[in-house]
Each structure stands twice: as C-alpha cells, then as structure tokens.
Write a protein that binds this ligand. Structure first.
Ligand code: G6P
Length: 370
C-alpha cells in the first residue's frame, strides 16, 4: 500500500497532486489545439441528438452532481442547450417527464452508483438518449449507456473524490465547447482562445498546487477546532463552493454548508459571528463587484474570511483574514483552479484532526445499494 501511495501519506493527497496529469490525460487525443479540433467520438457520432435535444438532463450523486451543476453552466453558456441537473435519487422516484427528445447524461466516477443506474434505466425506458461520463472503464453505467466519454483520471482510491471531479469538469468543458462550435453559438475566435486556455489547465493546476500547498496547511492549523464552515461563491463557483463544503464535511466531520453568495442574506447571514469561518471564492472574472459587497457584509459581522482570489487582488484580500491566490482564468475554468486549494484545505484540516482521510466513517467509495 505504501508503494501505491507513491510516497504520499494518503491516497487523497496523492490524487490531489495527480490532477495536472489526470486533467491532461482526460484531454489527450481529444483536444487538438493546433488544428482547432475537439475529437469526441461519443458526441460526434450522435451530434444531431444533442443538437436537436429539447433539453439535456444531467443526473448524478455527490461530487459528480456538483460537476453536473457546473456542466449546466458550461453547456447553457456555450452551446445554448437547456440543461437540468438532478439528484439521481430524486429523479428516479418522482415520475419525471422524459421523452425521446431528451438527452440524459449520467456522471459517475465509479459507474456503479445504484441510484444513478436506476435513473438511467428509467430514462432509457422512456426513450431518451442516454450518455455516460464515467471514470471506471466497462463499469455498469458505461455499459448500459448509448454512448459516452470516459474521464481518464486513473483509479481513485480516496473515498472523497478529487481528481475524478476535475476530470469530469474537463469532459463537460470539452462537450460544451464542441457542441457550441458545432451549433454555431461559439464563434471560431472565442473557441480557439478557450481551447488554448483549456490546454493550459494542467500547468495552472501545477502552479496552484505548488503555491498553495504550504499555505493551506498553515491555514488548516487555525481551524482544527472549528465546528462549522460556510463556503460561498457565485456563478460557476457556486457549485465549487458546494463541493468545497462537501470535501470538508466528508473527511473532517466538521459541519459545512455551501451557498450561492447572494443567498446568504436569506438565511446563512444569521449564523455569522466571530466564530464562523467563511470560505469565499472570488476570482476577478465573475460577479466580482457583487462578491465584494457580500464580503463587506461578512466583515461587518466579524466572520473569519478565507478568500480564494486571483493574484494581485486588492479589494477582497484587504478584508480577508486569509488569502489564497489562484491564477486568473476565464470564468468557466475557475472552478477547476479554485477546487484545488479547497481540497488541500479540507485534507489538512482532517489530517490535523486525526481523521481517517482515505476512509471516512460511514462513507463508501461506491454506493451500490439504495
Ligand atoms: C459516494 C462517494 C462520493 C461520490 C458519490 C457518487 O458518495 O463517496 O465521492 O461523489 O458516491 O459516486 P459516483 O461513483 O457515482 O461518482
């Protein structure tokens, strides 16, 4: 096992550090930057299905569901196809309206999650075209779907998903750009600049890993005794906030809630005092001014602010107690870079609390029962 961990103390840490490679592997052979092409047979062979779809319904559980939410933002922004995202467990039992004009995408690292599988079967029975985004090759979900794209993240052992999540975001980004280009919503110049940026993501993740590794350890030390955490973000980073909170609760057993920053005033603001740590994801691109005013509201209530911002940020950083810098990207890529320090922060808080990081209590890597 020590050998498999490759010198890291836990699989989770190893997997966090593998992300430059896993994102790269997920794009390999698909993203041909010089030719300006995204090659995805699963999409291309059925492109008319996607193009003519009434809507795309994304179903998933857990971390994969968070990736799905970001997928909704991506596909709606770039391909202009309506998307709905549902928890597989809700979808399967609520007699949903599905027709043969719908495309249903299941996202699942393991490809074995019982609820996701059952939801897919239901969609198939009702005539929808079903597509899989799985990490495990030849898994049950990969086998029953009409088509799909594998994330090539490699085996993920830590129960809390890290590299599978960023690989799922990579696939969803490729799908959104490919469909957008095909149906004319994404112009050539923008397409070319976005794919060049996507191609550079492994490097950016590398940068974030080295610039935030020590910093997140130091921040973690101050929150070992925390009992609650709030995670806030807007736009693409709202699901990133949900995922940051999920990581923390899964492995450290600290109660954590993710929220869209603007919803704070409808509830969570009542919880803010000097004992409440708040992680706020505030990159420059993406409603920055609005976030500044959310941070002012937190500051006025003495919340402890851990801000994830772009290099050189001033306004939010001046109000924050802790600042984590990430490189600037187009908004749609910011969840990929923002998630990395949040994974590290959750990891170190859990380690300092003495928790079993790779196998948290009560959780399973693959939930094959209801
Ligand atoms: C479990 C795992 C999570 C995962 C979820 C969905 O809860 O602990 O890490 O996100 O299942 O799993 P899937 O394999 O379908 O992505």
């Amino acid at each position: 096992e020590q050998i498999e961990k490759g010198g890291y103390e836990h699989f989770m840490l190893k997997e966090i550090f593998e992300q430059p490679k896993s994102v790269h592997d997920t794009m390999r052979g698909r993203l041909l930057v010089d030719e300006g092409i995204i090659k995805m047979a699963g999409i291309w062979d059925h492109v008319e299905k996607f193009k003519n779809a009434n809507r795309i319904i994304i179903i998933a559980c857990g971390t994969s569901w968070h990736a799905g939410l970001i997928g909704e933002y991506l596909i709606e922004e770039y391909a202009r196809i309506p998307v709905e995202v549902e928890y597989a467990s809700e979808f399967r039992y609520r007699n949903p309206i599905i027709t043969d004009k719908d495309v249903v995408i299941a996202i699942s690292q393991s490809g074995e999650t019982a609820d996701t599988m059952a939801a897919l079967k239901l969609a198939k029975e009702k005539g929808a075209f079903i597509y899989g985004i799985c990490n495990v090759v030849d898994s049950s979900i990969a086998r029953i779907t009409d088509a799909g794209s594998y994330t090539h993240a490699g085996p993920e052992i830590g129960v809390a998903s890290t590299k599978a999540f960023t690989a799922q975001l990579t696939i969803l980004t490729l799908i959104a750009f490919k469909l957008g280009k095909h149906n004319g919503n994404l112009g050539n110049a923008e397409f070319m600049s976005l794919i060049a940026e996507l191609d550079a993501m492994p490097k950016k993740i590398e940068e974030v890993l080295s610039s935030t590794h020590e910093l997140t350890q130091n921040i973690a030390k101050d929150f070992v005794k925390a009992t609650n955490f709030l995670y806030l973000g807007r736009g693409y980073n709202y699901p990133a906030a949900l995922e940051g909170a999920l990581k923390l609760k899964e492995i450290s057993y600290i109660h954590a809630e993710g929220y869209p920053a603007a919803e704070m005033k409808h509830g969570p603001i009542a919880l803010i005092d000097e004992n409440m740590p708040i992680v706020i994801i505030a990159p420059r691109k993406g409603h920055y001014d609005k976030i500044v005013s959310n941070v002012q509201e937190i500051k006025a209530r003495k919340g402890k602010i851990i801000a994830v911002v772009n290099k050189g940020d001033r306004q939010v950083s001046e109000m924050a107690d802790y600042v984590i810098e990430i490189p600037e990207t187009s908004e749609c890529f910011s969840p990929i870079v923002a998630s990395v320090p949040l994974q590290l922060l959750a990891y170190y808080i859990a380690v300092y609390r003495g928790a079993n990081v790779d196998q948290p209590r009560n959780l399973a890597k693959s939930v094959t029962v209801e």
